[in-house]
Design a protein around this ligand. Structure first.
Ligand SMILES: [Zn+2]
Length: 500
């Protein structure tokens, strides 16, 4: 069988149930005999009817949002959502393809165009800036307009743009950020930092000219922000950027920023899940929780590296408890930050397990907030080059080989291919070598790298649109194909704040 005929056969197989039925059905002999429509008895048809009945009950909530919770799946493109929904279903022993992650059940959705001010494919710095400020900027830049230039300290002047967290604080609300990465990493920094270079997370990450010119590292910006706009809750990793060299940290200026955080009235600094859980919201002021020196471990590493590290769900729900004591409301960012990092490794297992944890955290928060007063938005800053390649059978393991009835589908080079692969990354062949035969590898291993078309040390992001999923007051404005920067406008409008 040639490759083309094999593919055609595969395509016909997919259409088989309907096509065979139609071909074998006897033609009606008389005009008086009504044509048979088998659809109403069909399970897909019934599921569609039920979905329609549910959709007809959804009406726009045009009220004001007291709270806004923005869930950001870093690098969580559409294919990542689909692969993760299949994986999550397969792990629970249910049909993966028709399974839904928690946020896929939210009633309002849109597609978000993620290009940045200067590139087709954004990075997380420009991506989060678009979402939290309404302004697209250049890659590598956080909280400044596109007039600033990456790594150019002197280009920061006059280009600062207000974040939705700062806007909420300025109106008397509380604000927080929760992440599985360093709290100084690009996405969480997008709630509070303004910098020409996302990597300036601590002073040791900055060139001396930038320090001399007065640019301030991201960790200092978190701690030194004026009280009226400073975050009330910041949970994640990244202790090294807050502690001095020689004391578990990397700061060259000798400062212990955790001690400086504690100078605020009622402030708390915690480093373990037990300490976080023990905080009494009624008696606690601003909370800084740093649960690792660098990023938090991947979920798949939790049995080995996760002692004392809270789950994303535990951090997100505690943040809601801490912020909810403000009667005026709050803004909260919750980032599933390591979805992106799994994909940079071409490691789909890590990407999907992080996405599933992200989905669990969203459900845990939805279970405790009132959607009549809380706008929930779930989106990604950009996609990744993850591909779900045809034509594996229904229920084929998502981490396995593409195959039919137990027989792997063989590509033109005589080797099978995995269901999941990447456009670029470390899974690509180095030099002029040949592609490995994945049937000779354990493609379900936690350290397996899916193959990539082109070798790069770290997979490149990709530029197609990402999904936006929403519920609550103002969520009905999440519809159509929108600019990534539009999401800010929806949040601002939902709060009832004027543009300023
Ligand atoms: Zn990335």
């Amino acid at each position: 069988m040639t490759l083309v005929s094999r593919l055609l056969a595969g395509a016909m197989l997919l259409a088989a149930p309907v096509a065979v039925q139609a071909a074998t059905k006897p033609a009606p002999k008389a005009a008086a005999v009504a044509p048979v429509n088998a659809a109403p008895g069909d399970a897909y048809f019934k599921a569609g009817e039920a979905a329609l009945a549910k959709a007809l009950t959804v009406s726009p909530n045009t009220g004001r949002a007291k709270n806004v919770i923005l869930f950001l799946g870093d690098g969580m493109g559409i294919s990542t959502v689909v692969a993760s929904r299949i994986y999550e279903g397969q792990q629970r022993g249910v049909d993966g393809e028709s399974n839904s992650l928690s946020f896929e059940k939210l009633p309002w959705t849109a597609l978000s165009k993620t290009y940045s001010h200067d590139t087709q494919v954004t990075d997380s710095a420009a991506g989060i800036t678009a979402i939290t400020t309404g302004v697209k900027t250049r890659n590598k830049i956080i909280g400044l307009t596109g007039q600033s230039l990456p790594e150019k300290c002197d280009s920061e002047a006059g280009q600062r743009v207000e974040t939705i967290a700062e806007l909420a604080k300025a109106h008397g609300l509380s604000a927080g950020a929760v992440t599985t990465t360093r709290i100084t990493h690009a996405t969480p920094a997008g709630t509070y930092a303004h910098t020409a270079y996302r990597d300036w997370e601590g002073d040791n990450d900055m060139p001396s000219e930038a320090l001399k010119a007065g640019c301030v590292d991201i960790a200092r910006q978190l701690v030194e922000a004026p009280t009226r706009i400073r975050l009330d809750v910041a949970l994640g990793g990244g202790r090294s950027r807050f502690l001095p060299e020689g004391k578990d940290g990397k700061r060259a200026d000798g400062r212990d920023l955790t001690a400086e955080w504690l100078k605020a009235p009622g402030a708390a600094y915690v480093t373990t899940d037990a300490q976080l859980a023990a905080l009494d919201p009624a008696k606690t002021g601003p909370v800084l929780g740093l649960f690792a020196n660098e990023h938090l471990p991947y979920e798949v590493e939790r049995p080995v590296l996760g002692e004392g590290v809270p789950t994303l769900a535990a951090m997100a729900t505690k943040a809601v408890d801490l912020l909810s004591k403000n009667p005026k409301g709050y803004f909260l960012l919750v980032e599933g930050g390591k979805i992106d990092m799994g994909s940079h490794l071409n490691n789909a297992k890590r990407t999907m397990t992080e996405t599933i944890e992200f989905s669990k955290a969203i459900q845990a928060v939805i279970d405790k907030v009132d959607l009549n007063e809380t706008l929930i938005i779930v989106t990604a800053d950009h996609s990744h080059g993850l591909v779900i390649s045809g034509y594996a059978n229904r229920n084929a393991p998502i981490l396995g080989l593409a195959g039919n009835e137990g027989e792997p589908i063989v590509a033109g080079d005589g080797k099978p291919y995995t269901v999941l692969s990447f456009a670029t990354g470390p899974g690509g062949v180095e030099g002029d070598g040949a592609r490995a035969d994945p049937s000779k590898e354990d493609t379900d291993d936690v350290d397996y790298h899916q193959q990539a078309l082109a070798n790069l040390p770290s997979s490149a992001h990709s530029g197609e649109d990402v999904g936006v999923f929403a519920d609550g007051p103002g969520a009905y404005l999440v519809r159509g194909v929108v600019e990534e920067s539009y999401i800010y406008q929806v949040m601002r409008h939902a709060y009832g704040f004027d543009a300023r």
